[in-house]
Structure formats: structure tokens, C-alpha cells
Ligand binder design. Structure first.
Ligand code: NAD
Ligand code: UFG
Length: 338
């Protein structure tokens, strides 16, 4: 099977392309490189010894999407392409709605015109808002999002659900990711944020490598084990493998499915810092800062449904996530830049 991977040069996309190639799939990547480098694709080729067909293309560019689908006989699409910076989305809501929603509408329209109706969508635990209950199952109600980025995910879930309902030939899987960290064992691909990282693990690794002075811990007065925020960190390679399992489900003509991709374990900010120091031997100086607007205390998954229906379960623990994040950062202190 040949899979169109939009956003395949990005962090999760590049790891998923590795998993696809290792599982006998062909991958065609479409990415406009707005938040990534084509070097990630070269590294994927190095890891796998396989060729990846790459198109520098924007999902907003209908002609480009049409050209790719006319040229490549793809069987399914895994759609990662999107803007994902929560804070930036508050400053630039129009750009986020246009890029993420309009980009998906154009892509889906061209897919259906080419009779490609198998679709896996990158959603997020952010659609649960401040979750009704913990651990979060897929039955947990969706809630108001705290930022436009989150709304794009929530709205796109609804749009894709309605499209599948109206035309049951579609097989659509909405994957709600928890917090991906880690990197491929080779240290050749990983997360390469622009500027100062917003997310916890890239911030920790940049402190450890000496690019940033200290970590700010956003609040230590939450109702959690040590007062700091609790999240469900998942190794990006496990997350990538979840997409391969989702493709198996698509082959069963599954209709609409929704799965959490998480480990089921909650880890606090300070627990992650300690685990990182313990597994890498690097010190991470930190100080306590005020809470960050929009943050919630606790967010972790019940991963039971994905295990039951996809036969997928996260294999890696926090120690490997820390070791692998650090290997990537220390081998590539400036990410994909020379
Ligand atoms: P990323 O920024 O590394 O990857 C996204 C890729 O999409 C980038 O390579 C970017 O250049 C590309 N892109 C953006 N807009 C595009 C467009 N209009 N046309 C073509 N390419 C475009 O981010 P990631 O962490 O790999 O995330 C992948 C997907 O997973 C995103 O949709 C993101 O919202 C979602 N997600 C990520 C997380 C996370 O914590 N990383 C959590 C939940 C969901
Ligand atoms: N944190 C700090 N200091 C930092 C960065 C983060 O203390 O410098 C804390 C946060 O307050 C939070 C935890 O670390 O308690 C994790 O924060 P991240 O920014 O790494 O992740 P979030 O859970 O806030 O958000 C992530 C993605 C979102 C996605 C969400 C749910 O960034 O896009 O997971 O999947 F929507």
C-alpha cells in the first residue's frame, strides 16, 4: 500500500514514515516545510535504506494536491500537516483556522475526487479540555478548548465525522495524541522546534545542552502529586507505530473510529525532570514560575480501547523517552541546522 503522509517532514510525521517503511508500506510525503526541514526526509532514508518520494507542497494549494494524487496512486492518507503552537494560535487565529481547517478541506476534497477514502487524522487530547474524568477514555465528553489551535482539532474531528457519516465509503480514524516526546534510537531524527520551545521536553533538553539557562516550572500549586502539572508522555516511536496499527484497522473497512494514543501513566513536571537527570546524568536547573494560562492540572489517557481494537500498546517508558530525547539533542544541538 502507498500512503500519502502530509506533514511527513515534521516531528511525528518523520517517525511515522520510518514505521511505515519498516512495515512494508510505501510513503509519499507532502510538506510545505513551514515548520520542518527536508533533511528529516534524508535522515529517514538513511535510517531505513529506502527512498521516500517528497513533494514540497501546501495542503492549501489545490493544484498541488491534485497533482500529487494524479501522479501517485495512493491508498490512504495520514494527515499530520498543520500548525501546532498553542500560544501563536491565540495571536494568529485566522492563520490557524485557514491553515488547519481550509487545508484539510481542500485535501479531503481532492482525496474524494481521486476516490481515496481512507484517512487518519492527527487529533489531540486537547479536545477533552479540562477533562470530565481521569483517566480519559474516548467516552469522555469533548469540552470547550482554551485556544484556536485546540478548536481546529475539535472542529476538524466534527467535520470528518460528518463527512464519513454522509458517505460510509470513508474510513476515518481520529487519533487523539497525548504528549509525544523522545526520538528515534539512531539520534538522526527528532523534534526541532523553532526558537524557544513551548513544550516541556524540548525545553529540558535545551537547558541540558546549555542553550537555555534554566527551566521555568509553570506552577507548583496544582492538586497533583507534587503540585506540578501531570501529563501522559508517550514515546514518538510508539505513537508512530499506532498509525501503522490504525492502517490495519482501515483495511477492515472500519468506518469512523476514535482512539486515544497515550500510555495511561501520568507523570508530573518535576518527575520528568528527575527522570531526565537520572537517565542522562545531565543537570536541569529549574525555578518555579506562575501557572501558564490555559494549562490544566492533570491529563492522562486510558489506552485500553487502542489495545483492545488496534492491538497497540506503548512499549517504551519514561527512561527511554528521556534517553532518546537527549541523544537527539546532544547529537544535533541545532536540530537540522548545520
Ligand atoms: P510538526 O510541526 O513537526 O509537523 C507538522 C508538519 O506539517 C510540519 O513539517 C509542517 O512544515 C507541515 N505543515 C504545516 N502546515 C502545512 C500545510 N498547510 N501544508 C503542508 N505542510 C504543512 O508537528 P508534529 O508535532 O509532528 O505534529 C504533527 C501533527 O500532530 C499536527 O497536526 C499536530 O497538531 C498534531 N499533534 C501534535 C502534538 C504534539 O504534542 N506534538 C499533540 C497532538 C497533536
Ligand atoms: N511546562 C513547564 N515549563 C515549560 C513547558 C511546560 O512547566 O517550559 C509544563 C506545563 O505547564 C505542563 C507540562 O509541562 O504542565 C507539559 O506542557 P507541554 O507544553 O509540553 O504540553 P501540554 O500538555 O501543555 O500541550 C501538549 C501540546 C498540545 C496538545 C496537548 C494535548 O503542546 O498541542 O499536549 O495533546 F494539545
Amino acid at each position: 500500500m502507498k500512503i500519502l503522509v502530509t506533514g511527513g517532514a515534521g516531528y511525528i510525521g518523520s517517525h511515522t514514515v520510518v514505521s511505515l517503511l519498516e512495515n512494508g508500506y510505501e510513503a509519499v510525503v507532502a510538506d510545505n516545510l513551514v515548520n520542518s526541514s527536508v533533511k528529516s526526509i534524508e535522515r529517514v532514508e538513511k535510517i531505513t535504506g529506502r527512498k521516500v518520494k517528497f513533494y514540497k507542497a501546501d495542503t492549501l494549494d489545490r493544484e498541488a494536491m491534485k497533482h500529487i494524487l494524479d501522479t501517485e496512486n495512493v491508498d490512504a492518507c495520514i494527515h499530520f500537516a498543520g500548525l501546532k503552537a498553542v500560544g501563536e494560535s491565540v495571536q494568529k487565529p485566522w492563520e490557524y483556522y485557514e491553515n488547519n481547517i481550509q487545508g484539510t478541506l481542500i485535501l479531503v476534497d481532492e482525496l474524494r475526487k481521486h476516490n481515496v477514502k481512507n484517512f487518519i487524522f492527527s487529533s489531540s487530547a486537547t479536545v477533552y479540555g479540562d477533562p470530565e474524568f481521569i483517566p480519559i477514555t474516548e467516552q469522555c465528553p469533548k469540552k470547550a478548548c482554551t485556544n484556536p489551535y485546540g478548536w481546529t482539532k475539535s472542529m476538524l474531528e466534527q467535520i470528518l465525522t460528518d463527512i464519513q457519516k454522509a458517505d460510509p465509503e470513508w474510513n476515518v480514524i481520529l487519533l487523539r495524541y497525548f504528549n509525544p516526546i523522545g526520538a528515534h534510537k539512531s539520534g538522526l531524527i527528532g523534534e526541532d522546534p523553532n526558537g524557544i520551545p513551548n513544550n516541556l521536553m524540548p525545553y529540558i533538553t535545551q537547558v541540558a545542552v546549555g542553550k537555555l539557562k534554566e527551566l521555568g516550572v509553570f506552577g507548583n500549586d496544582y492538586d497533583t502529586v507534587d503540585g506540578t502539572g501531570v501529563r501522559d508522555y508517550i514515546h514518538v516511536v510508539d505513537l508512530a507505530d499506532g498509525h501503522v496499527k490504525a492502517l490495519d484497522k482501515i483495511k477492515e473497512k472500519c468506518g469512523l473510529k476514535i482512539y486515544n494514543l497515550g500510555t495511561g501513566n501520568g507523570v508530573s513536571v518535576l518527575q520528568l525532570v528527575k527522570a531526565f537527570e537520572g537517565s542522562t546524568g545531565q543537570k536541569v536547573p529549574y525555578s518555579i514560575k506562575p501557572r501558564r494560562a490555559g494549562d490544566i492540572a492533570t491529563c492522562y489517557a486510558s489506552a485500553d480501547l487502542a489495545e483492545k481494537e488496534l492491538g497497540w500498546k506503548a512499549k517504551y517508558g519514561i527512561k527511554e523517552m528521556c534517553e532518546d530525547s537527549w541523544r537527539w539533542q546532544s547529537m544535533n544541538p541545532n536540530g537540522y541546522e548545520d
